[in-house]
Write a protein that binds this ligand. Structure first.
Ligand SMILES: [Zn+2]
Length: 468
């Protein structure tokens, strides 16, 4: 008998600590498990459009959990929706992708919709804790026209995050009116930042950056802003378990035209989440999971009032964001200049969306790379163009390409328009009359060699390091 009471006690304690009830925070293991179950499986890559997600929103019309409303349309006529759920007194509004190429949180919101709709499982207590204590208003993909072309701005070429006051774009009107109608207590402003942000003073990417935006130039802290800071302290605690040292705090300079700053000013405690980079996560699927977990965690802490225990001092202890990362940083390369002189340089290579290129040169000792190579003792060599012209990149097999690299060839000429096709070849493809630039300069395609004792030891091809 005593044993069974003990076991019952253990069971109650466990379910209590795992579900966010009674002032306990929800833990990482529970959130990891929930993500595995509820991730929206039709979205697996970070580029998708309005037509990919609209059915996932519309299918919730008439659901027991959600009410779906079309708030209006974008410049090009795409519907912008609001999904409401929960019956609690604390109102929370979450909006994503006001910048069309910032899609990570939209994926996580779709996962959260699935989560909130689940029932009769291990997550019932967490789910009902959130839904009984809060009312949630989701506006996923506020800028569907930008998302259509996977670009930041809307169809007017406006940055919507500079249109909160003038509200000249329909998407801005929608967000501003959605806030005015419900006057939410909390707001989550969900963005992506570029992957080159690091946590200040470290080589770690700022995989998640946070901010409780200022509501005035003096950057004062009133109750509204303080609550946002407290929620962020709780978020940071959870995030440190996933990405130790990988959370940065955004600069809080007041931007009078931005939505976050104005939401804060209008009385909604507003939390900015910026999804950055993480090694080997080009599709941002790990960062999607971080968004899922940290948002649910924050909703749970708001639902219970747990966030009130946190101190603003701990918000200010979160290290600043910096922007000192690149894709590949090669340090201490010796270069022979035009007059035969020798000098030392570091080489910053950005892979980006286009051809990888040299983005910076000189003393780059304060910068960091996702990948780094110490090239002390190596000399830079531009590489040669192979004498033979090929009809198509497909006429070159991978072994032949490697053998060309070993002989110091960095480029081949292709006689057809197929030279512009994307290939896996580690060679720069040139037109019949094109040449490979001799010098080392900014913007140069990232194809070259590092040489020791006259022998090419490393090829840098398409921004990748290949040991020869
Ligand atoms: Zn943004």
């Amino acid at each position: 008998m005593k044993k069974s009471i003990f076991l019952l006690f253990v069971f109650v304690l466990c379910s209590w600590s795992c579900t966010g009830q009674e002032g306990r925070t929800v833990d990482k293991q529970v959130l990891d498990k929930a993500f595995d179950v509820f991730r929206e499986k039709s979205i697996t890559e970070h580029i998708f459009t309005h037509s990919d997600i609209e059915p996932l929103i519309r299918k919730r019309e008439g659901s027991n959990i959600f009410s779906v409303r079309e708030l209006g349309t974008s410049v090009e006529g795409r519907s912008i929706y609001r999904l409401r759920c929960g019956n609690g007194k604390t109102k929370i509004m979450l909006w994503s992708q006001m910048h069309g190429n910032e899609s990570t949180a939209t994926m996580a919101l779709l996962d959260i919709f699935n989560f909130l709709e689940g029932r009769n499982d291990d997550f019932d207590e967490l789910r009902s804790h959130i839904l009984e204590n809060t009312t949630l208003y989701f506006i996923p993909m506020l800028n569907p026209d930008g998302a259509e072309k996977f670009r930041r701005r809307n169809s007017y070429d406006f940055d919507l995050n500079r249109d909160a006051v003038r509200t000249a774009a329909p998407e801005s009107v929608i967000l501003r009116e959605a806030r005015a109608e419900e006057e939410p207590d909390f707001g989550f402003n969900l963005h992506d930042q570029n992957i080159y942000y690091n946590v200040s003073g470290t080589s770690r990417p700022a995989t998640i950056s946070v901010l409780a935006p200022a509501f005035n130039r003096e950057r004062e802290i009133n109750d509204v802003r303080r609550r946002a800071m407290q929620v962020i302290v709780g978020m940071n605690r959870l995030l440190q378990e996933y990405i130790p040292g990988g959370v940065g705090k955004y600069d809080d300079t007041f931007e009078p035209r931005a939505f976050g700053d104005n939401f804060q000013k209008w009385g909604t405690s507003t939390i900015l989440i910026e999804s950055g980079g993480y090694p080997d996560d080009p599709e941002k699927q790990f960062i999607r999971k971080l968004n899922f977990s940290v948002i649910l965690h924050a909703l749970s802490e708001i639902a219970s009032g747990d966030y009130e225990q946190y101190r603003t001092e701990d918000y200010f202890r979160i290290p600043d964001n910096d922007s000192k990362l690149t894709d590949l940083l090669i340090r201490n390369v010796e270069v022979t200049g035009r007059e035969g002189e020798h000098y030392l340089t570091d080489i910053n290579i950005r892979r980006g969306e286009e051809t990888p290129h040299i983005a910076d040169l000189g003393d780059l000792s304060v910068f960091y790379g996702y990948e780094e190579l110490d090239a002390s003792g190596y000399t830079w060599m531009p590489g040669k163009v192979y004498e033979k012209t090929y009809s198509s990149p497909r006429a070159i097999n991978p072994d032949e390409a490697m053998s060309l690299l070993r002989k110091g060839y960095a480029a081949v000429r292709i006689s057809s328009s197929e030279k512009d096709e994307k290939t896996d070849l580690p060679l720069l493809l040139l037109g019949e009359k094109e040449n490979l630039s001799e010098g080392l300069f900014l913007g140069r395609p990232a194809y070259f060699f590092l040489v020791k004792d006259g022998q090419p030891v490393y090829a840098i091809a398409d921004g990748e390091v290949i040991k020869l």
